[in-house]
Every structure is written in C-alpha cells, then in structure tokens.
Design a protein around this ligand. Structure first.
Ligand SMILES: [Zn+2]
Ligand SMILES: [Zn+2]
Ligand SMILES: [Zn+2]
Length: 205
C-alpha cells in the first residue's frame, strides 16, 4: 500500500493510504505504524432529537439533504464545510470546536486550523444547518434544516445529550415581550439545562 504522509499532527507523523475503496489513517510513532480504517458515515437511522418528529434519520441522509438545500439556495457547501457537518451528525450531541478539530484531524490525518473550522461553523450556522448551544459553547446539527423555525434546546448536564424543540408558544411569548419593550430582536437563545429522563435515577423524579 503506498503511504502518503501528510503532516505532523500533535507530535505524531500521520498520513493515509488506501486499498481499493477503503481508506486508512496511518500514524507513525517511534518506528511503529498504526493503521486504522477510516469509518464511513453511519447509514443506520438514529432517533430524531426533535420529539415532535418521532422519526429516525440517518446521518448520510441528513447530509445529503444539506447538500441539496445549499444547492437550491446557491450557497457553497465546500468540502471542509461538509466534513464539519458530517462529523457533527455522526457525533449526534453538542460538540465543542476543539473536540471537533481533534476528530477531524484523526479522521482525515491532516491538521485543521481553528480559524478555518470556525469559519465553516459560521457558514453552517448562517445556513441554519447547525445551531450553537451557547451555554456549552458547543455545536449541534439542526434536526430539520428544511423547515424555517426557531430551535429551542433542552440539555442534559449529566450525559450531555440535547433535545431540540420547536415551540411556537415560546416564540410568540418572546415576540410579544419584545414588542411590549419596544425591542427589535436580532437573535434569541432558549436553552434549558437539567437531567434527561435516562439520567434521572429511578424514584428520584
Ligand atoms: Zn426528525
Ligand atoms: Zn432546528
Ligand atoms: Zn442525560
């Protein structure tokens, strides 16, 4: 297998090679080579984080939806932007920028500069494909980017999972309050922190 050494990442010499269509990450450490297959994006459906949806979505299908939404809007989902979105879908929980960069470097065996990753995240947020969880400084893909909606979040402080909600009543109350105060709202963040049903010990609820 021909090996392409792409860079030095965090003190490790890394590269990639492929046999047929399978790509491998290679890490060289003091004379030993560690070869790991690059896992493809999961195709199995996972439960939607929007409880109103009650559906299941596969990361591959959601990323394909993002590609077609961007094509319809005439916005460019570049390779890096797509790779960032893919990893966020794959992780399926709020992920901080540095954990994301580390996962990208591990997967693609090359360094990713924080400014380029932050710019990709800004693009994904502006396209409403990704939401930022402000209280966690983390990012999560929007469950339904095809619908115009405000994302509200419930976040479990024990397991870190988040549940996305669309609640027009909350949006309505905020709009009424803003009107009463004479505010022109450019952005509102609704994040509720607590323990999810899985993390509440039996009998404690
Ligand atoms: Zn859904
Ligand atoms: Zn959303
Ligand atoms: Zn939990």
């Amino acid at each position: 297998m021909p090996l392409v050494v792409s860079d030095l990442v965090r003190g490790r010499l890394v590269g990639s090679c492929h046999r047929g269509r399978q790509r491998y990450n290679v890490t060289l450490l003091s004379g030993n080579a560690e070869i790991r297959p690059i896992e493809p994006l999961p195709t199995e459906p996972q439960p939607c984080t929007d409880p109103d949806c009650r559906g299941q979505h596969a990361p591959t299908e959601r990323v394909a939806l993002a590609v077609s939404l961007c094509a319809a809007r005439g916005s460019k989902l570049t390779t890096l932007r797509r790779q960032v979105l893919e990893l966020l879908w794959e992780r399926g929980r709020p992920t901080g920028a540095y954990a994301l960069i580390e996962a990208l470097e591990l997967r693609y065996s090359r360094p990713f500069g924080p400014p380029t990753v932050y710019r990709a995240l800004e693009f994904l947020i502006s396209e409403r494909l990704v939401s930022k969880i402000e209280s966690r400084n983390a990012y999560i893909p929007c469950a339904h980017p095809e619908r115009q909606h405000e994302c509200l979040f419930f976040i479990c402080r024990i397991c870190g999972a988040s549940t996305e909600l669309e609640d027009p009543r909350v949006v309505q109350v905020l709009a009424e309050d803003a009107a009463a105060l004479g505010y022109h709202v450019t952005r509102s963040v609704v994040e509720v922190e607590g323990a999810c049903p899985k993390c509440i010990p039996a009998g404690a609820a």
